[in-house]
Design a binder for this molecule. Structure first.
Ligand code: AMP
Length: 192
């Protein structure tokens, strides 16, 4: 799942996980649990997350490498919030190639910046995320534009990018994702 903070990646990844029975590997969530548990990795990551900056690539890649070998990932997985930089994407390609695996599709959730900021403000009120303050949110959008948006071209070149309009209600976005997956991965989600 590719898209700016607030695009609905986490929501759609969770819904898709229920539909296809594959686990979500969400790096934001993994980092949050490391921070909450006070692990060395969490301590290393905490300041970056609170400022809305990216955690260093090597830290995130090591965390993903560890998670990918868990048994529940053997039948497939949904990546949420990873990769976020070109070096992370290159490392992921190498990791998957080692396991004779590959990505089926990269779903980009396309949502206007003003809509994304409004959603992040709502999430700050409802869920009390420490990185959802107005200043951090703007920073995260800047980081997305500079570091993560180049992944669109990276995956477009590989023929993997599918852009879905993410501004609609969650059910509508889910249905659009199902259509893409039917087309791209040979799954059959739109027909009962
Ligand atoms: P998220 O919940 O995906 O928006 O992630 C929350 C925060 O965790 C981000 O703002 C980053 O500080 C950090 N983070 C999550 N995923 C990554 C990643 N792939 N690379 C670097 N930092 C990340």
């Amino acid at each position: 799942m590719l898209g700016p903070p607030g695009a609905g990646k986490g929501t759609q990844a969770a819904r898709l996980s229920e539909r296809i029975g594959a686990p979500v590997l969400g790096t934001g969530e993994l980092l949050a649990s490391h921070i909450a548990a006070g692990t060395p990795l969490g301590e290393q990551a905490q300041a970056c997350v609170e400022r809305g900056e990216l955690v260093p690539d090597d830290v995130v890649i090591a965390m993903v490498r560890e998670r990918l070998v868990d048994r529940d990932c053997t039948g497939g997985f949904i990546l949420d919030g990873f990769p976020r930089t070109v070096p992370q994407a290159e490392s992921l390609d190498a990791l998957l190639a080692d396991q004779r695996d590959r990505l089926d599709v990269v779903i980009e959730l396309d949502v206007d910046e003003s809509e994304v900021l409004a959603r992040i403000r709502g999430r700050a009120r409802n869920r009390n995320r420490r990185d959802d303050t107005a200043e951090t949110a703007r920073n995260r959008l800047r980081v997305f534009a500079a570091e993560t948006a180049p992944l669109r071209d990276y995956y477009r070149r590989q023929g993997l990018l599918a852009t879905v309009d993410g501004s609609a209600p969650p059910d509508v976005v889910s249905a659009r994702i199902d259509v893409v997956l039917d087309e791209r991965s040979g799954r059959n989600l739109t027909r009962p």
